[in-house]
Design a protein around this ligand. Structure first.
Ligand SMILES: Cc1cc2nc3c(=O)[nH]c(=O)nc-3n(C[C@H](O)[C@H](O)[C@H](O)COP(=O)(O)O)c2cc1C
Length: 365
């Protein structure tokens, strides 16, 4: 009889968690957490493109002593699956980001705390050492941004993830149609002291986007400034073009997250997995490239690593785990992905993450 992975009797898959979460949440919260921008082409493409890549395994290799271990920005990690920043987690669980950090901690991984966390960063840090990276959306004042970064450094965060793909929110038809609104008790509490910019009256403005929002949106000069002044390494999230990946390295980024924001911002951007190879080629090993978007199976992790990612992040799968079963649910979702990755490594003949190369991807030329 073929030996089984010890955990392969566990029935639920990551997709089962998502289906259950959608059944539990109200329609507007399903739209917020599981919907995407506009016609949701990018949302759908993220999962489809990764699942369409075929694997061509190698047999009879010596896999003794293998592992999923890696070192990322100096941190030793048992596996390459991180928790992506997701806003307002108290919408799905009363303990919100604290529960998420506990679940991530149980699987010894990094959780990225969203700038729009619904719980104070100090409380999340105190709950679990897993919450080590803080995600920042650029605010109007350089000094206020730096003060926030310094506060996070003081709390023991080890990196800043600057998200650059969302100077304005995408077109969210599904949220509008279900009338999604934040309840008054759920707020971005860590941004309470960030100054609100003053603008000329609306009547004098032809376009709110170009006359107002464009004035506070970050530019490459701001990224350079932040990388120079931040006490913590800065990781740029939301890079999709290889030329921007190069600019990120030149600006001083410590790592890049190839991401289309899970299809929530600009619809019809290609799937993350399709964007990854050109970004990896552009940076040529100078900084680690991580990827998120559409990872739902251990084979998805394997494919991202084969195409040059150092690690992946999961957004909605972690939210599904949090919704269904709190910290235990998140921990289980991460464990499922890790176990499936191990199985996929063994079945493709890869004993270590370094052995996962494009050679395991089938190209029907
Ligand atoms: C409901 C929701 C809220 C999100 N909030 C943030 C955020 O505050 N900051 C950020 O950088 N990315 C945010 N993201 C994007 C995720 O970090 C990540 O890029 C995306 O979820 C990855 O795709 P996946 O959900 O298919 O794993 C959010 C995603 C979702 C689904």
């Amino acid at each position: 009889m073929t030996p089984k992975h010890p955990s392969s009797d566990l029935q639920p898959t990551v997709r089962d968690y998502e289906a259950r979460a959608k059944a539990i949440l109200s329609a507007d919260r399903v739209a917020y957490f599981f919907g995407g921008a506009a016609d949701e082409r990018t949302l759908e493409a993220n999962q489809r493109a990764i699942s369409e890549i075929e694997l061509i395994p190698r047999m009879l290799r010596d896999l003794r002593g293998g592992s999923t271990r890696l070192t990322l920005l100096g941190q030793h990690m048992p596996h390459p699956i991180l928790v992506a920043p997701v806003a307002y987690q108290r919408l799905v669980h009363p303990d919100g980001e604290i529960a998420m950090a506990m679940g991530a901690g149980a699987q010894d991984t990094v959780m990225v705390l969203s700038a729009q966390s619904s719980i104070d960063a100090a409380a999340v840090r105190a709950a679990s050492s897993a919450c080590t990276w803080f995600q920042l959306y650029w605010g109007p004042s350089r000094d206020a941004n730096l003060a926030l970064v310094q506060r996070m450094a003081g709390l023991g965060f080890s990196a800043i993830v600057l998200t650059v793909d969302a100077p304005v929110q995408g077109v969210r038809d599904s949220e509008a149609r279900t009338d999604f609104q934040l309840p008054p008790d759920i707020k971005a509490v860590n941004l309470a002291n960030v100054p609100v910019p003053q603008f000329a009256p609306l009547e004098q403005s032809e376009s709110i986007l170009f006359d107002r929002i464009a004035h506070i949106a970050p530019k490459w000069t701001d990224v350079e400034w932040l990388c120079r002044n931040s006490p913590l390494p800065v990781i740029l999230k939301g890079i999709v073009h290889p030329a921007d990946a190069l600019l990120a390295v030149e600006a001083g980024a410590a790592a890049i997250i190839a991401s289309n924001h899970g299809g929530r911002i600009l619809d019809t951007v290609p799937a993350s997995i399709r964007l990854l190879p050109a970004i990896v080629t552009a940076v040529n090993g100078s900084v680690p490239v991580l990827m998120d978007g559409g990872v739902r199976r251990g084979t998805d992790v394997l494919k991202a690593l084969a195409l040059g990612a150092t690690a992946v992040l999961v957004g909605r799968p972690a939210i599904a785990g949090l919704t269904v079963a709190g910290p235990a649910g998140i921990s289980h979702v991460l464990r499922l992905l890790r176990d499936e990755l191990e199985i996929a490594m063994m079945l493709t003949g890869c004993a270590t993450l370094k052995e996962i190369t494009p050679g395991i991807l089938y190209r029907n030329e």
